[in-house]
Design a protein around this ligand. Structure first.
Ligand SMILES: [Fe+2]
Length: 260
């Protein structure tokens, strides 16, 4: 049976919480409340398996995939505990970030073969690892290619980004002006930093940020959101040149990890 024990110094949860989160609890979390539901479905993509064809396969999981499932379930049990006790604040998101950093250190759980990078013509691949039955607590592996950049955007739910490998240069913005009636806004850069391996960034629901991937190969980062990326109808992208903001067209394609 895989060991998913974390070093005490790395733990974001209390000793008692970890003691309470048994392996059996983790499996129940994954298959019940937090199993990868078919609802993650979006359009098919170039012969890859997406979440639209049903729940995550459980019979063909490799040892690595099964160990990852268990580690993810334990991390999310910890996250739910933090959120229930403390709500959503910058302080509680820092604790949730630490829980995700702990998971990111298990690099053996995220082999390249299970999360193929984007191919020619794609700017990123996005793999769903878990989402609750009510669309909360959605965890993804995100693999943007060099050159991938996003406009400044919010998420309308809290978000944590933690690196496994590669760097994600990030700008955080603050609103200078905003008129929701006309869809006009001006922003200025409030902070700039790089999210690299086993470091992270935490965003409140209305924080605005943008990324621009450099380097020579697709990075691999963990993204944890308070709510599924497929269920964020109010999020907006900002157009710095035009001084406007609007809801993005389309929805992301969420792929299944290659488990067998
Ligand atoms: Fe984002």
């Amino acid at each position: 049976m895989p060991d998913v024990t974390l070093k005490p110094r790395d733990r974001a949860c209390t000793e008692q919480e970890w003691a309470d989160i048994t392996l059996r609890d983790g499996l129940r979390d994954t298959r019940g409340a937090s199993g990868c539901a078919g609802r993650l479905a979006v359009g098919p993509q170039a012969g890859r398996r997406t979440m639209e064809n049903g729940p995550m396969d459980t019979l063909d999981l490799t040892g690595t995939a099964r160990a990852r499932e268990q580690a993810v379930a334990r991390m999310l049990a910890c996250v739910r505990g933090i959120e229930q006790r403390e709500g959503v604040s910058r302080a509680s998101l820092e604790k949730i970030k630490q829980a995700l950093i702990e998971l990111s250190r298990r690099t053996e759980l995220f082999p390249e073969a299970h999360f193929p990078p984007p191919t020619a013509g794609e700017d990123a691949t996005l793999y769903g690892l878990s989402v609750d039955a009510d669309n909360r607590h959605a965890l993804y592996v995100y693999r943007p290619a060099p050159g991938k950049q996003t406009p400044p955007h919010n998420h309308t739910t809290w978000a944590i980004v933690v690196g496994i490998h590669g760097e994600e240069p990030t700008r955080v913005y603050e609103r200078v002006t905003e008129d929701r009636a006309t869809g006009r806004a001006t922003l200025r850069v409030r902070d700039e930093f790089v999210v690299g391996p086993h470091t992270g960034a935490a965003y409140m629901p209305d924080d605005v940020h943008a990324i621009h991937i450099a380097g020579e190969r697709a990075i691999m980062h963990l993204h944890l959101y308070g709510r599924s990326l497929l269920d964020l109808p109010e999020r907006v992208n900002f157009d710095l040149a035009r001084g406007t903001f609007s809801r993005p067209a389309g929805r992301p394609v969420v792929l299944k990890p290659v488990a067998a």
